[in-house]
Design a protein around this ligand. Structure first.
Ligand code: C2E
Ligand code: CA
Ligand code: CA
Length: 721
């Protein structure tokens, strides 16, 4: 090779350029978008590398020049890069290391910038650049390896020493930056770094000796900087890899944490609903593969709202976590407990036998688990020194019988739980397919019922209550009918409980009262002066504080005597607030309204209710009447009830009399008031009016066959009449 040193300059320039390119490539990934620190350091390194590349090229240009003019031009460019590079280094420190956020430049940078401007101006204005005052014309130097270079020599200028001083300061400043940015405790890298820095300092020292005219040698610091730059580049690359790994691992960890929070309940630390679904899905896959069954229990703690209201949220949460602990202790390791919505818990029993013939075994295992769940609530919980007893409702859905997906199983368990609550039964309620249909049609009916009042789909039918002694109709019972546009007639037994739950019973009841009173006024005007109207009153209606006032106004508005209205209540009015119910009934009685206890004998402890409730009489439920002709026990019950009425001086009405024989037997025992299909089914207003007219003319007496026929029933011929 003819000129190895010049080649080395070109090679080093190429290395600087390549590195600048790589650094620029490294900055690009969006990974560093938030790490402005690295981005800036790297861009400035790329910039410095390019400047060094230019410096090396200019050095090669000068040393290989054939004439002094070209060598001087190259020299001036070299000088330019020499003074700009430290300035860029200091700028990097200022912007990146020292105060990344600050928009101010350090004093040092400002002074250096000003000084650099002076040097640049001086460099380009003076004939020989800022280093020399004069140039020795015979500048060629032969290197020991026979390479001839055009090294400029001459009288050093006055500014060169100052330039050197500022250069030294800049280098120290930059070195400080390197030590600040780079905190690796890793020994080899520290050694490399120190070695290259030493090399840079050494070559810079040599440069100084050359400038001072002590040495006849080319500038070598560019080579040392190539090395330094490579080490620096390697360090940065490693830091970036590390930070990427850290970023990736923290992202992973964070993601896991978020998932954990999302899927676990903060109170009980059990999986929440989302977590339950997440856990249930792979579990179902596993059971599908194994051909085993699984049971999803959903249990709701009763009266938790009351406890929350009484003891506060924190205490209620403590209770829930106590329940969670007990539940977790009870189940097998292979089963698991999770938190459902609100106050519910999910318990999953895994690995059960399955198959149609094994259905029973399957549910036996379920029963065993239910026993375990119940045992959780057998002992009281202690909260702030109070003993609290809890109970729960439980619904269960089985895989694969009731559903094959996590969502569908949970939905089935929810419906079963709903049914358990509906039945107020703490026994285990299993899901069955009809349940869904039932509840769906109930939902449908609920929304239709909301509109029924506005759409005027209700109608009142009237069923006569007959006195067998006089053969007259004493009272008409108003019975509501709902004529739905597509379903036809809907039984009140179906929709009244719904209306009660939805609070619709109040507008419906209001309509019934008005319609019944209007009809009664009309009939009374037609000559049925003593006719009464019986209206059914649900417990929810009695609950309304405005009831008594409303009825008083109603009677006044229609000009009816208060005893023309009879209210039929069932013993269910005593369920919620017996004291208030009795008080309300007493006020109604004081008003003069007649009160009857409906469906007598169907609930519990009806006898004591007769004593407690201020009623004028009771209606013996049709279930006793049904089989009095062939069931001695029922007959005995009926005659006892009749005797009881006599003793208590209460009126008694027999409901659901369907056969002549039933009326006959009851009459024998002393009950003379009847209601039932034998006399007349409930009739619409017109038919009921006709019935009233014909009975008034002929009565239900033995000879009154015509009247009975017109009312839709065969005539009654009571023997004792
Ligand atoms: P309830 O008060 O016991 O009404 C008597 C029920 O027995 C009526 O059923 C009536 O049609 C039926 N019935 C009458 N005679 C016979 C008979 O000989 N044999 C048989 N098997 N049944 C007979 P309905 O009309 O379906 O009413 C059912 C229940 O709905 C009523 O029972 C009552 O509790 C309630 N209800 C009806 N109308 C109203 C109302 O306007 N308001 C309220 N709150 N409840 C009402
Ligand atoms: Ca009734
Ligand atoms: Ca009844």
């Amino acid at each position: 090779m003819q000129s190895p040193l010049i080649t080395a300059y070109y090679v080093s320039a190429g290395l600087f350029a390549i590195q600048a390119f790589f650094v620029a490539m490294l900055v690009r990934p969006s990974l560093h978008a938030t790490q402005t620190h690295y981005v800036r350091v790297m861009w400035s390194q790329a910039g410095i590398n390019l400047l060094f590349c230019a410096l090396q090229l200019c050095t090669a240009w000068q040393y290989s020049s054939t004439d002094l003019v070209s060598a001087l031009l190259a020299h001036k460019w070299m000088n330019t890069f020499y003074v700009v590079i430290p300035l860029l280094g200091v700028l990097t420190i200022d912007k990146v290391v020292r105060s990344p956020e600050s928009s101010h430049y350090s004093i040092f940078f400002r002074v250096l910038a000003a000084w650099t401007m002076v040097l640049l101006a001086y460099n380009w204005l003076s004939p020989y650049g800022y280093r020399f005052d004069s140039i020795d014309a015979s500048a060629r130097v032969l290197m020991p390896w026979d390479e001839s270079l055009l090294l400029l020599r001459g009288a050093p200028s006055v500014v060169i020493d100052l330039a050197w001083l500022s250069g030294v300061f800049a280098i120290l400043y930059v070195l400080r930056m390197v030590s600040m940015v780079h905190h690796t405790g890793d020994k080899p890298t520290t050694v490399y770094l120190l070695a290259t820095v030493t090399l840079v300092l050494l070559t810079t020292g040599i440069d100084r000796a050359i400038d001072a005219g002590l040495l006849d040698f080319p500038y070598l610091d560019g080579f040392a900087v190539v090395l330094l730059s490579f080490v620096w580049f390697a360090l940065l690359g490693r830091d970036i890899r590390k930070s990427y790994q850290y970023y990736a691992s923290t992202k992973d960890k964070l993601y896991r944490e978020i998932e954990q929070i999302k899927s676990s309940d903060l109170v009980t630390h059990l999986p929440n609903r989302a977590g339950t679904l997440q856990l249930l899905r792979p579990l179902l896959d596993q059971h599908r593969e194994n051909g085993t069954g699984l049971a999803v229990f959903l249990l709701d703690i009763d009266r938790m709202d009351v406890l929350r209201g009484t003891y506060g949220h924190e205490a209620a949460d403590t209770l829930l976590s106590l329940v969670a602990t007990r539940l977790t202790e009870q189940v097998r390791d292979s089963d698991w407990v999770a938190r459902g919505a609100g106050t519910t818990f999910v318990v999953v029993a895994t690995g059960m036998k399955r198959g149609a013939s094994l259905q029973q075994l399957h549910s036996q295992a379920a029963l065993q688990l239910h026993e375990k769940i119940n045992s959780v609530f057998a002992l009281p919980f202690t909260l702030d020194g109070h003993e609290i007893r809890l109970s729960s409702y439980t619904g269960v859905a089985l895989y694969p019988d009731n559903g094959t997906t996590a969502d569908s199983l949970l939905a089935c368990a929810e419906l079963a739980l709903h049914e358990a609550k509906n039945q107020s039964s703490t026994a285990l309620q299993a899901f069955y397919p009809e349940l869904r249909k039932q509840l769906r049609s109930q939902l449908e009916m609920e929304s239709e019922l909301q509109l029924a009042v506005q759409r005027e789909q209700f109608e009142l039918h009237y069923q006569p209550q007959v006195c067998a002694v006089t053969g007259r109709i004493q009272c008409m019972e108003a019975l509501i009918r709902w004529r739905h546009a597509s379903w036809g007639w809907v039984s009140p037994a179906q929709f009244i409980p719904l209306a009660e739950n939805l609070g619709l019973i109040h507008p419906i009841g209001h309509w019934v009262f008005h319609t019944a009173c209007q009809q009664l006024v009309a009939w009374r005007k037609q000559g049925h002066h003593d006719l009464r109207m019986a209206v059914n009153l649900s417990a929810y209606q009695l609950d309304a504080p405005e009831l008594v006032g409303n009825i008083e106004k109603l009677l006044a508005d229609y000009g009816l005597p208060s005893n023309a209205l009879e209210l039929e209540v069932t013993e269910s009015v005593l369920l919620k607030n017996p004291q208030r119910a009795i008080e309300r009934l007493q006020r109604l009685r004081q008003l003069g309204v007649r009160l009857m206890l409906d469906d007598f004998g169907t609930g519990y402890s009806s006898l004591s209710y007769l004593r407690v409730l201020p009623v004028h009489g009771f209606k013996l439920d049709r279930s006793f009447i049904q089989s009095i002709s062939d069931n001695k026990k029922d007959m005995a019950i009926c005659s006892t009830a009749i005797d009881l009425a006599k003793v208590l001086e209460l009126e008694i009405v027999a409901e659901g009399v369907e056969q002549f024989r039933q009326a006959e037997l009851l009459l024998e025992k002393g009950c003379s008031k009847f209601q039932g299909y034998w006399f007349s089914p409930p009739l619409n207003a017109d038919s009921a009016g006709q019935c009233l007219r014909s009975v008034a003319a002929h009565s239900f007496a033995p000879t009154g066959s015509l009247a009975a026929v017109e009312c839709g029933s065969p005539p009654l011929q009571p023997q004792a009449a």
